[in-house]
Design a protein around this ligand. Structure first.
Ligand code: CU
Length: 291
């Protein structure tokens, strides 16, 4: 339990850590619900495994040929048959109900955030387009377009993780619902941002939707999660799937306003302005975590 609490609350929750066996920490309401559902399911399946193992052990000890030389001739027991049919059905229905409500909530913020009012706090739209092998992010209402590619080792800063850092980060404010529209320009990709509980297929010619709400400032790393480039007959040339990360930098609404004012016309200038605002304030959680 302590490990679960530590991994959900820490600032180091934004990227994979060595030797992790659990999810990345939750940084959005929907990811917290996914985490809780997963933990509940783990308890249910553990109890079932223990129960079946106890039954097996009981039979091995009590009904082996030595202990029980004359086997019973029972072929039917109506009570047991009714029980082993209805109890699993009830368990599965008990799992299906929260599972479906979680699935619906992944499409509808009102189901995941108590008292969510789309009028008072309108969502922001970001269109995500996957291509071999980079992500394009468009903010249609703000007129911002960001093309991001992975940073090569030579360009990477000491605090930036290998295979995850990118040249242009997407910037979003805390406390705003970000409506994602996900598509692809060439082949299947999938946009995954584990800390936010987002994993959406990017399909050419189709617009898939999801949403997230970032609760904490910081830098969050994700990757393409659909195998989108195989060696084929090109001698290993088409192998960029592992090299299309995406980075979301979550900042305060004030910092976002300063960035988005400049970003439509001068992305580099907007990023520089944001960097100076962040270094003037408190360090971003990812910098703390790296030390
Ligand atoms: Cu891809």
């Amino acid at each position: 339990m302590a490990a679960i609490l530590a991994s959900t609350s820490g600032a180091s929750a934004q990227q994979p850590q060595n030797w992790e066996i659990n999810f990345q920490g939750a940084a959005s309401p929907i990811m917290r619900q996914i985490f809780e559902f997963h933990t509940g399911l783990l308890i249910v399946i553990t109890l079932i495994v223990l129960f079946v193992m106890a039954l097996l052990g009981w039979i091995i000890v009590k009904y082996n040929a030595k202990a029980n030389p004359v086997p019973a001739k029972t072929s039917h027991n109506t009570v047991i048959e009714v029980l082993w049919t209805t109890v699993p059905v009830l368990i599965l229905v008990g799992i299906a109900i929260p599972s479906f409500s979680l699935l619906f909530a992944q499409y509808d913020p009102a189901r995941a955030i108590e008292g969510y009012d789309a009028e008072a706090n309108p969502p922001m739209t970001i269109k995500v387009t996957g291509s071999q092998w980079a992500w394009q992010f468009d903010y249609p209402d703000e007129g911002i377009s960001i093309f991001t590619t992975m940073k090569q080792d030579a360009d990477r800063g000491p605090d930036e993780p290998r295979l995850l850092a990118v040249d242009n980060e997407i910037v979003v404010p805390t406390g705003t619902v970000i409506q994602l529209q996900v598509t692809a320009a060439d082949v299947l990709h999938a946009f995954a941002m584990p800390a936010f509980g987002v994993k959406v297929d990017a399909v050419p010619g189709r617009l898939n939707e999801s949403w997230f709400l970032a609760e904490q400032e910081g830098v969050y790393y994700g990757q393409c999660s659909e195998l989108c480039g195989q060696p084929a007959n090109t001698g290993g040339f088409l192998t960029g799937h592992a090299f299309m990360p995406a980075v979301i930098r979550v900042v305060s609404p004030e910092q976002y306003a300063a960035w988005s004012e400049l970003a439509p016309t001068d992305l580099a200038g907007a990023n520089a302005r944001l960097a100076s605002l962040i270094s003037a304030g408190t360090p971003a959680p990812t910098q703390l975590a790296a030390r």
